[in-house]
Design a protein around this ligand. Structure first.
Ligand SMILES: [Zn+2]
Length: 321
């Protein structure tokens, strides 16, 4: 059965937590309840925002992790998650792999629902673990094979993470990043970069090796300076819920500096839930909260921004249909 064929229990209503994401009523025992995630974090999932006037696409999300980090039970079926996202004006998503298991999942699932495209990679914190076990080369070969699929449109998320990986792992992290750059160039795919506390080395590596035609800094975490460097190079900046955080003035400055033709939006769900829902789990249907905050920062009409974001997203990944 195609994943999108899961029947929705009832339509999603703005202002309420959508049914697939809700905890079961105490004592109720319908078949649906077996699919409900048990979210132990305060308040559970955020309410459904008012739908966006023009559909946008979540260009970075993890359906395979969704639910699992919240203590939970089986995740919300992807078809239902995408139905709920559509009710909020989020028409599709890029499902992103971080290791071999999630990359295999990604390569398979993108052929089952037309609202999904995929990205496959070994996360920068995964690469040193594989290298230590002597498995990095084989894993990279499998990533390349998975990346060849027509609906896998990017290598990602790859990059450098100096926050979680210490000095000992940095050599293999860099080796893995460079291999992903090479694969993306040879296969003509986009590159989705995870950059945590490593702006200078990410930029230097891309410039030294030669960046693929389409580069996305996922969950853009730099300030105005990095945004200017991206503008010069034609690299895309994907803003996540972090752009709404009170202590993230640098991200809003970057958004104002960024070439509007290079701006993307994402959830990185189930992580990085936007203000005012921080602390709750994230999902693609929550993304309008981030888009509205971006429109406000930019002083751009919401409709104009949504149209722009969708055009930019399709320029990177191609069309979904
Ligand atoms: Zn991610």
């Amino acid at each position: 059965m195609p994943l999108s064929a899961h029947p929705s229990p009832r339509p999603s209503v703005p202002g309420e937590i959508p049914a697939p994401y809700r905890e079961p009523e105490p004592g109720s025992r319908s078949d649906d309840d077996a699919l409900q995630p048990r979210t132990h974090r305060k308040g559970g999932y955020p309410p459904l925002p008012d739908p966006l006037p023009v559909p946008v696409i979540d260009n970075h999300t993890h359906f395979d992790i969704h639910g699992a980090i919240h203590g939970a039970a089986p995740e919300v079926p992807i078809g239902r998650a995408l139905d709920t996202a559509a009710a909020a004006g989020v028409a599709g998503a890029v499902q992103v792999g971080t290791d071999l298991a999630s990359s295999r999942f990604t390569a398979a699932v993108v052929d089952q629902d037309p609202r999904l495209l995929g990205a496959v990679a070994l996360h920068p914190n995964e690469a040193p673990l594989l290298a230590e076990a002597g498995l990095l080369d084989d894993a990279l070969a499998e990533i390349e094979a998975l990346a060849a699929g027509d609906r896998v449109r990017a290598l990602g998320e790859t990059g450098l993470d100096y926050f979680r990986t210490g000095d000992a792992g940095r050599g293999s992290q860099l080796e893995s990043f460079r291999s992903h750059i090479d694969i993306a160039r040879r296969l003509g795919k986009a590159l989705q970069i995870h950059d945590r506390d490593a702006h200078d080395d990410v930029v230097a590596t891309l410039l030294a090796d030669g960046a693929p035609d389409r580069v996305v800094l996922h969950c853009f975490s730099g300030g105005a300076d990095l945004a200017r460097r991206c503008n010069e190079q034609g690299w895309y900046m994907s803003f996540a819920g972090t752009v709404t955080f009170k202590n993230a003035a640098n991200l809003r400055e970057a958004l104002l500096v960024a070439d509007p033709a290079l701006v993307l939006v994402e959830t990185d769900a189930p992580f990085l839930t936007p203000h005012p829902h921080r602390g709750r789990p994230n999902a693609s249907y929550v993304m309008p909260t981030t888009v509205r905050a971006m429109a406000e920062v930019l002083g751009t009409p919401l409709e104009t921004l949504c149209t722009r974001l969708t055009l930019n997203t399709e320029a990177v990944y191609g069309r979904w249909d």
